[in-house]
Design a protein around this ligand. Sequence first.
Ligand code: FAD
Length: 416
Amino acid sequence: MNHSKGPIAVVGAGIIGTTLAFELQRRGESVVLVDRDAPGKGASYGNMASIAVTEFLPASRPAVWAQMPKWLLDPEGPVRIRPGYLPRLLPWFLRFLAASRPSKLRELEAAGAVLCQRVHEDLDALLRHTGLSHMLSVEGCLSLYRDDAEYRADREHIELLERFGFRHEVLDGNAARALEPALTREIGRAVLFPDNRSISDPYRFVTAIAERFLALGGTIERGEVADFEDRDGAVSALRLKDGRRIAASRTVIAAGAYTARLSRLLDEPIPLETERGYHTQIMAPGIAMRHSIIWPARAFMVTPTAGGIRVGGTVEMAGLDAAPDYRRARVLLKRAQEALPQLQAGEASEWMGHRPALPDTVPVMGPSAKRRALYYATGHGHLGLTYAATNARLMADLLTGIEPPIDLTPYRVDRF
Ligand SMILES: Cc1cc2nc3c(=O)[nH]c(=O)nc-3n(C[C@H](O)[C@H](O)[C@H](O)COP(=O)(O)OP(=O)(O)OC[C@H]3O[C@@H](n4cnc5c(N)ncnc54)[C@H](O)[C@@H]3O)c2cc1C
C-alpha cells in the first residue's frame, strides 16, 4: 500500500474510468478523474449500447480463423486490415495466434463468462446508486439466421452459452417477426438473448454518471496526461501536457485504446490495439424496433436508442491515427437494410471509435506488475459498456483493500 498523499487519480473519463471514479467516490474515497476531453467522447460515445452478456467468445477461436482469409480478401468483409498497418500489427497478431490454442481458448472462455455472469448484478447496483435505471431497456437481442445452415454455423456460440448457463430461446422466422415486425421474410430462424439488454444513450450514460460523481464531491480535471512521477518505485503524481501536476496516492490508467501509450512511459508495455468500429445513427428511420438485432453471418448490429436507430459494428485494424473510412459504416447500413427492408436512412450521422483490444479478448483489470500505487483498467474490447459496472466493482474492491468476489488472476497485466 502506498502512503503518498493525494486523491486516487483515474486517467480516462470513458465509461470504464467514469464508472470506477463514481464507485470509489461513493465508497468515501477522494477521486480526481482526468481526461484531455470532456467525459464520454472516446469509444464510449457511440458504441452499440448493448449489455452484451452473451458475447464473451474469444476472438481468436477457430471459426474466426476459418473465415479470416475470405474476410480479408473482401473489401466489404467484417474485418479489414489496412495494408500499411500490417507490419505494426504483427506482434499483436502473433499473440492473437497464441491465444487460439484449444486449452487457452477454454481458459479465455471461462474468464469472459465469469465476468458476464456478474454483469447484471453489478449493473443493477450501479443503476440504483446513480438513479439511472430508466436508461436500461429490458428488451433482449435477436440473433438472426437466414436458414438452418447459417444457424448451424453459429452452433459453437450457442453451445458455449449452454455450457455457462446463459439464457437463450430458439425461434422460427415467424416468431422472430412477431417480436420485430420490421424484419425481412428472409429470416428463417433466430435466437433471442433475453439478458442482452441495452442502454438508451451510451454517451448520456457516461455524462450522467460523471454528474453523479461530481455531486458526491469528486473532481474532474481536463488535461492530457503526458508523464508520471515516481517516488521509490511508486507512482506519486501525474504530469499534464500543460505543465500542471496532480499528486495521487494511487493512479488507475483507464485511457481505453490509448492506455498502452501511457503504460510505455512506465516501462510496462501492454499489447493493446485499436479495433476501430463504426456506427450510423438514423434520426428518422421510418420503422420502430424494441429489440436489438445481430446477424452473425453478415456481421452487423442494430440497436434502438433514444436518438433513433443505430447501425454499427465492423473491425478495422488501422491504428489510432489514421483517418476514418466511412465506407465501412455504409456497408453496415446496406446490410441492415437487407434485414430491415423499410429502414430509411435520410437524416443520419456517422461515427468511428477505438475499441481497446487485447489479443486474448479478456480485459486487463488489476495492479501494475512494475510500479506500486499503479493500476490498469483497460482492454475491454467489444464489451466495455457491458463490463463497466463489473470492472468498477472489482477494481474498487482492489483499491479499497477488499477481497474481490472473483479471482482476478486471468486479468493481470503481465500475462502476455
Ligand atoms: C462501433 C462500436 C460498437 C461497440 N458496441 C459495444 C456494445 O454494444 N456493448 C459494449 O459493451 N461495448 C461496445 N463497444 C466497446 C466499448 O465502446 C468500449 O469497450 C468502451 O467504450 C471502452 O471504454 P473506455 O472507457 O475504456 O475507453 P474510452 O471511452 O475510449 O475512454 C478513454 C478516455 O481516455 C482519454 N485519454 C486517452 N489518453 C489520455 C491521456 N493521455 N490523458 C488524458 N486522457 C486520455 C480519452 O480522451 C477518452 O475519453 C463498441 C465499440 C465500438 C467502437
